[in-house]
Design a protein around this ligand. Structure first.
Ligand SMILES: Cc1ncc(COP(=O)(O)O)c(C=O)c1O
Length: 468
């Protein structure tokens, strides 16, 4: 998830979307029709929402669950594979997949079996289980890092990795990319202000300190700025996604990762790669696929088939430094914790997911399907000469209302079209497809079929044709 409810964290008013050929009054009329259709066909969800508002703040159990294209959220009943049903009895093709948490498809049988088995035998003990060793061995094989620890969320994995980097380097700052997202990590909610300084990003709720005290920010793909930010030797770690995914898919320029690695090495800064979303690239994420060599790596979301679990790994050198800087007697008070972290249930789910669900065979299926998804959208863009693009990263795809790919977060954030976004999402939702909220992202699961992709292409075409 990349933003908080009720407020976009993107600078919506900054730029103009490349949708000048779209008649805005027609768009408003279409949106009103879609809102009415949604209301008509989601009466049970409406009832539940009204009831929920009396006990759940905002009517939802988590604040961002309100931020969908529909006038109120669809209340879910159950899901299996690439589909789920709602309380009104409609079946949806899920291209959101819990914003990557369910990239495995819902309830994948191998994981369900392991989870049910573990639930029957006890879930949390404060003791290690053998599954945790298998998980670490499997993660080592995939990402090339020898030592692993676990947490419950990718947010926590990032927070813990940052703390360790600060401790072992004795340095104060974390460096992130402008418009990045790494979870609810205080240091990462920083942005470059118009005057070029670092400040709190819009939507940053109650930051403990102004993030300029903790964070340096550079644009993705800006090697010179990166060197300037690292040069005084005060940056403990660079925390990056290897491809930006939370402000649309932004690929690195050729040579960017080589420069990031060399510069962090040169200035004694540790490199953390966050693979939470880029695990869509393949079984070893973008890191394995492109031979990257981070000092630490974090991952969460899909690695336990939808159960809360995450992991962070590090090199031998980092492991030694951690050992030198940590006393066992302090390990229960050190800011790296979570009573339920490393629990036996999460370990069983991770083991099954890594061994039997997020396999090479799964990617061999999902990546070509994603290419088909992109081709379908591209044909329509070409046919109607729309100034839009579509980008792919493994089994993740995203279309944008702009004619060329942005190179960094600011360029991406400067152009957004909230109304058009909402129309495309709601048109699809009313006809049985859930896209990822906040942007036009689709994820393909191992259970998604060619027919599912064809349905998306058909609905995308219809939505565009109605608009023009
Ligand atoms: C790249 C990345 N890292 C970390 C996170 C945090 O994940 P979680 O919210 O599960 O802690 C996210 C969430 O969207 C993410 O996109």
């Amino acid at each position: 998830m990349s933003s908080q409810a009720g407020e976009t964290t993107k600078p919506a008013e900054k730029g103009k979307a490349h949708s000048a050929n779209i008649d805005r009054s027609k768009l408003a009329k279409l949106l009103a029709e879609e809102d009415a259709l949604f209301e008509q066909t989601h009466k049970r969800s409406r009832q539940l929402f009204e009831r929920a508002k009396k006990s759940l703040h905002g009517g939802v159990p988590m604040n961002w669950m309100i931020k969908w294209a529909s006038p109120y959220p669809v209340f879910v009943k159950e899901g299996s594979g690439a589909h789920f049903t709602c309380v009104d009895g409609h079946k949806y093709l899920d291209l959101c997949l819990g914003d990557t948490g369910a990239m495995t498809g819902h309830a994948p049988p191998a994981a369900v079996e392991a989870i049910v088995d573990r639930v029957r035998r006890g879930t949390t003990f404060m003791l290690p289980s053998e599954d945790s060793i298998v998980v670490a061995e499997e993660l080592s094989k995939r990402f090339g890092l020898p030592y692993w620890q676990t947490a419950l969320t990718a947010t926590d994995a990032n927070r813990f990795a940052i703390r360790l980097c600060r401790q072992i380097t004795g340095r104060q700052y974390v460096l992130v990319h402008n418009w990045c997202y790494h979870g609810s990590v205080d240091e990462s909610f920083a942005t470059l202000l118009d005057n070029g300084e670092v400040g709190p990003r819009r939507g940053n709720i109650g930051p403990p300190v102004n993030p300029r005290e903790t964070t340096r920010v550079v644009e993705f793909n800006d090697i010179a700025a990166l060197e300037r930010a690292l040069a005084d030797g005060q940056v403990a770690c660079v925390l990056i996604e290897p491809v930006m995914t939370n402000i649309g898919i932004i690929h690195p320029d050729p040579g960017y990762h080589k420069a990031v690695r060399e510069l962090s090495e040169k200035y004694g800064t540790l490199l953390i790669i966050d693979e939470t979303h880029t695990i869509c690239t393949g079984p070893g994420g973008y890191t394995k696929a492109h031979g990257l060599t981070p000092d630490l790596l974090t991952i969460g979301k899909p690695i336990a088939s939808g159960l809360p679990a995450s992991a962070y790994g590090f090199t031998e050198k980092v492991a030694d430094l951690i050992a030198k800087n940590t006393r066992v007697s302090d390990c229960d008070t050190g800011g790296i914790g979570g009573t339920l972290a490393g629990n036996a249930l999460a370990m069983a789910a991770m083991r099954a997911t890594l061994q039997s669900v997020l396999t090479q065979e799964a990617y061999d299926k999902t990546i070509p399907l994603t290419t088909k998804f992109c081709q379908g959208v591209q044909e329509i863009i070409d046919q109607y000469k729309l100034p839009w693009i579509i980008k792919q990263l493994g089994c993740r795809a995203e279309y944008w209302f702009r004619p060329e790919a942005p190179r960094n977060g600011s360029e991406a954030a400067a152009v957004e079209d909230h109304e058009l976004d909402r129309y495309m999402h709601l048109y699809a939702l009313n006809r049985g497809i859930l896209m990822t909220p906040f942007h036009n992202m689709a994820l393909i699961s191992p259970a998604t079929t060619e027919a599912d992709i064809d349905l998306h292409t058909q609905l995308f075409r219809e939505a565009v044709e109605k608009l023009l």
